[in-house]
Design a protein around this ligand. Structure first.
Ligand SMILES: OC[C@H]1O[C@H](O[C@H]2O[C@H](CO)[C@@H](O)[C@H](O)[C@H]2O)[C@H](O)[C@@H](O)[C@@H]1O
Length: 552
């Protein structure tokens, strides 16, 4: 934040706000999202002259200051009309025959109008007054406190938009993300200045591929290939790529999450500072780095990254080689190779076939566990590294159960024939069935109830979708039935929660029908981009017969 005067100032306002308002219902993100009305220097001197009693600004003075110097959070994104939205598009969810389900699906489809925005011209004119970043086209936001575009959320938003037949809006989202690569060299976690230090799970090529499959737009592939090559370089750069030598002396290259950030996350600074109170200054820096890196994974936060699942300060994201990240990069490599082939760039196509092959060997050699029949994250042991090369140790696979252990199955829906990564996966699904992850109302994120939001009993839409989509495209009938069963229960619980609360939720509790998820550092959010996208995508894939009950 030192190099960003607006952010430093907003963080001062945020920490004074906590002292003034108290911790109940306090959301630190609100303060770093406030757009400035005046020049920064004027606001700073007004802030410095506010009266303080025992270090605290009186509430009326504080509120007056906020009103005078800031516009409302989110007001720098304005409502955008969706040019391709139709209340009931032609060919919409043709397999959904049940009237009640169809009516609800149309309501979920209509929520795109509530979530669509464009960045105000004010941001383009005076970027120094906003933490929001300018994007050229219409955006779909997740909802509630998430007032900006998020990277990996956008994949499932696009899946939903494709089911809603909104191809132009879907393409516009891709172009927005590309504009971020052009400016920053990678897609940001989200479109805010405080997210420039990290990315999120790399799913841009998957967005492009799915839009291309529906539209056949080869121009899109031509335009996206150069930025996708940049994105690939980002994920195999020094900070992300790790070399691991196997027991036969063969060197493999896999990637990890790692943010370029050693301070509290500005959007959660008061929380991070409180958490780090017991740490020494150098431990604090390392802890903040690990938290930001966990945010890059999209799984913020989870026992998956913690050495001790009851102590968030033991988060050690950068010491882990994640199954899902390497699956996504493997798919990125296959996608780049496919796009290059279609657009006539043979040498790039060949080069990326080779990269994908090497990554496949690495994933199979280091992350796949043939005895337990699943892929595991791998813990890096710094003491075991010699001149930057780690030595593989089978005991360092993290054999705890997480939904991410089954994310490679997702490849079945995109590369069903050519992909040998999953060929060893037991088609009778013993490891998945016995994992304990499949619950009555969806796939649990993990088996540990730690109070973190990416843990039990929460189920997240993206995780349901990747595993279900993969199984639905498997050869075995059993796998396809399992996929359908999970999809039906997930749709039912989203339906029940919507009927009960009038909203779509960011996450659900997989134990109880109609109950939304909890835990983590902020209040459960509604809206909600990826949840809507996944419901629409699953309804498109499986349909809903007339006589199937909609309730649990
Ligand atoms: O403000 C705290 C954190 O919030 C975001 O993470 C969560 O919401 C995102 C939007 O739906 C989602 O992509 C992510 O998986 C969630 O855990 C944000 O991405 C974090 O960087 C931020 O610190």
């Amino acid at each position: 934040t030192d190099s960003d005067p607006l952010l430093s100032f907003l963080q001062r306002v945020q920490s004074d706000a906590l002292r003034t308002m108290g911790p109940t219902d306090f959301d630190p993100k609100l303060y770093v999202d406030l757009p400035l009305k005046t020049n920064l220097s004027i606001a700073v001197s007004a802030f410095d002259s506010l009266p303080r009693r025992s270090g605290t600004i009186p509430i009326s003075e504080f509120n007056k200051f906020i009103k005078e110097f800031f516009d409302e959070a989110g007001s720098d994104l304005v409502y955008a009309e969706l040019v391709d939205f139709k209340p009931e598009p032609e060919g919409f969810l043709l397999k959904v025959e049940n009237e009640e389900m169809r009516k609800w699906a149309l309501e979920v489809h209509a929520i795109w109008k509530n979530l669509s925005r464009r960045v105000s011209e004010k941001v383009k004119k005076r970027p120094e007054r906003h933490t929001l970043l300018y994007l050229p086209g219409t955006v779909i936001v997740p909802g509630s406190r998430f007032r900006e575009v998020y990277y990996w959320d956008s994949y499932w938003v696009i899946r939903g938009l494709l089911a809603s037949k909104m191809y132009d809006t879907a393409k516009g989202i891709v172009f927005n993300l590309i504009s971020l690569i052009e400016t920053y060299g990678h897609v940001l976690n989200g479109s805010r200045t405080y997210y420039t230090n990290r990315s999120q799970p790399p799913l841009l090529s998957s967005m492009v591929r799915d839009v291309y499959t529906r539209t056949g737009d080869a121009e899109l592939l031509k335009r996206t290939l150069p930025p996708l090559l940049k994105e690939h370089s980002f994920w195999v750069s020094d900070i992300h790529q790790v070399t691991i030598q196997d027991q036969r002396g063969h060197k493999h290259f896999l990637s990890r999450y790692q943010a370029r950030w050693y301070q509290p996350r500005p959007e959660s600074a008061t929380v991070d500072e409180e958490l780090s109170l017991k740490l020494t200054p150098s431990e604090k820096d390392a802890f903040y780095h690990e938290l930001a890196s966990a945010a890059e994974s999209g799984w913020d936060f989870s026992s998956r990254w913690m050495r001790n699942s009851s102590d968030l300060t033991t988060t050690a994201t950068t010491s882990i080689i994640p199954v899902d990240l390497n699956t996504f990069i493997y798919k990125l490599e296959l996608d780049i190779s496919t796009f290059a082939k279609i657009t006539g760039d043979k040498s790039t196509s060949q080069k990326f076939i080779e990269s994908a092959k090497s990554r496949k060997v690495a994933i199979r050699s280091l992350l796949w566990n043939p005895n337990l029949g699943q892929w595991f994250d791998y813990w890096l042991d710094k003491h075991d590294a010699h001149q930057g090369v780690y030595h593989w140790n089978p005991g360092s696979q993290n054999c705890k159960i997480f939904a991410s252990n089954f994310v490679p199955l997702w490849l079945l829906s995109h590369y069903p024939d050519s992909d040998q990564l999953i060929e060893e996966f037991d088609e009778d699904l013993t490891s998945l069935r016995k994992s304990g992850l499949i619950r009555d109302y969806g796939i649990a994120t993990s088996l540990s109830n730690t109070g973190q939001q990416w843990d039990f009993p929460n189920g997240w839409a993206p995780l349901q979708h990747m595993i279900v989509d993969g199984l639905a495209n498997a050869r075995s009938k059993e796998a396809r039935c399992l996929a359908q069963g999970i999809a039906i229960n997930w749709i039912k619980t989203n339906f029940a929660a919507y009927k009960k609360t009038g909203s779509m939720h960011e996450k659900c509790n997989v134990e109880t029908c109609g109950e939304f998820g909890g835990g983590g550092e902020y209040m459960p959010q509604t809206g909600f981009g990826w949840s809507n996208g996944v419901v629409l995508a699953l309804l498109e894939e499986f349909g809903w017969p007339r006589d199937r009950d909609v309730s649990c």
